[in-house]
Design a protein around this ligand. Sequence first.
Ligand code: G6P
Length: 585
Amino acid sequence: MCGIFAVSGSQTNAGAVVIAGLKKLEYRGYDSWGVAIRREGKVVLEKQVGKISEAQHEFEPATEAFGHSRWATHGGVTVQNSHPHRYGRVTLAHNGIFENFASHKERIGTGTFQSETDSEVIAALINEHVEKGCDPFEAIQNTASQIKGRFAIILCIDGVDGIFAARRGSPLLVGRSADATYIASDIPAFLEHTSTVNYLDDDEIVWIRKDNVLFADLKTGKSIEKRNIDVPWSEEEAQKGDFKHFMLKEIFEQKETISRAINQPSELMKSAAEVLAQCNGVYFLACGTAHKVAATAEYFFADISGRKINVVAASEMPTFESFINEKTALIAISQSGETADVLEILERGKKKGAKIVSITNVEMSSVARISDVVLPLNAGVEKAVASTKAATAQMAICFLLAHADAELRGRGIFNVGRELLRETSTAINELLNPRYAEHIHAVAEKIVDRNNMFIIGRGSLYPMALEAAIKIQEVSYIHAQGFAAGELKHGPIALIENRVPCLVLGDDPETISNAMELKARGAKVIGISPTRADVFDEWIRVPDCDGAQSIATLVPVQILAYQLAILRGLDPDMPRNLAKSVTVK
Ligand code: G6P
């Protein structure tokens, strides 16, 4: 949530480098942007409302610059509220939430601020300490101790060389190339320059100058050494290539990503299963699409290993936190590994001695780093806000984990699960061709003018109905709702009237009966299933993948959501009001 990016080096086009990097972070927030360049000791600020991808600005030559792409939290979408903020000698960009900003703002003097943001108050506090004679590290340390909440900040101070950055709870990493140093909230910002990374941990600070990078502990001020890590992501992978949108590219990448996810070392899977075996209670925690994946995992575990797992949306977990103890396994599913609601529960759970397993796409993310076992998705960079390839990779890993659990409990064989997933991956591979997408496009054309849509599924296809609703809502803005097929007659059926499109996931006899009930009330029934039923007005075929059916069924649903967005003239990569990585609560 909010992209931040800085560069300091020997090149003189720092402003352009920052704009280019922010464009690659735009999925983190895209309502406004701003860049600060440092030129002959002075800070020059450019801030605009609108998407950074549309920015055309030309900057004067400079070797240092930083900027921000915003997803508004405090204050509306205005130039004043966009970052960086300038207060006194301090210019600052912030990602996170400064919970107790209001009291500091009042003390300093509300009238002295230009914006409604919490972030400008951080700049004011640092400035206050600088004016009192603190050196930059002390000023940032003192300010950090006044902040309640999460932050990643990048800043410069008039009269002091270089750029400073610090974090607590929000992601920040440093990229190192031969001629420059970069600081960003996500790797894609600097991937075209370098894939050598230092990860900043909580309560750490970094100071970058031309040829000098200094890391220190934010609480003690002591300098620290950081390991250079080479990330396996490539710049090419982070580009759209021949695809019009990242969402479509990522849907098609599922040809490979599912098989990459299942080629995990079996020992790693087994060590995660052992964590489950040693614990009394298992909680799967996730948000958004990842939460619907967790809901599918509940069916996988029940069917495959006979284990009852608890699935909780991470934001709802506080109610159940008293159940967490040293015999609890917390399984976090998070593509980004930075989602604040997930991270906070894990941090508190860890203090209580709970064991943590994470299923994440970013192996050095905050979630991964506090985990006892990390199961990487290996899906490559996912940029579209709507999660697609990460979701199917997460499902594949949950499916494997359930088989590893079954093997430990003497109820199944791990390799049988892996083999079924291999077959599923091959079947999805065959499905993903332009003709299939054209057929789904033709179906989308028939329903694109409708404002409401309902989706039903049974068993593990029920959470897929919920996920289908999220996909359709978020990219096409059609009101879509998913239901358990059998629940239809207990309320939702009252909403069915003439020509309302209803997606029916699956072709088992009970679901087909429910489809008939819909049809009898005038619904337009669209079946997404291995076989065609007479009740379907339209049919989208999915291969029969047995226990992994939910994974295969999700793929056409993703394509349908994409096609609906395109037909409605919307940009599926940047849906309104959303952001990819939600680092605020
Ligand atoms: C946001 C994204 C979703 C994602 C959710 C959880 O809402 O738009 O696509 O599923 O966050 O993100 P995570 O990175 O934790 O999987």
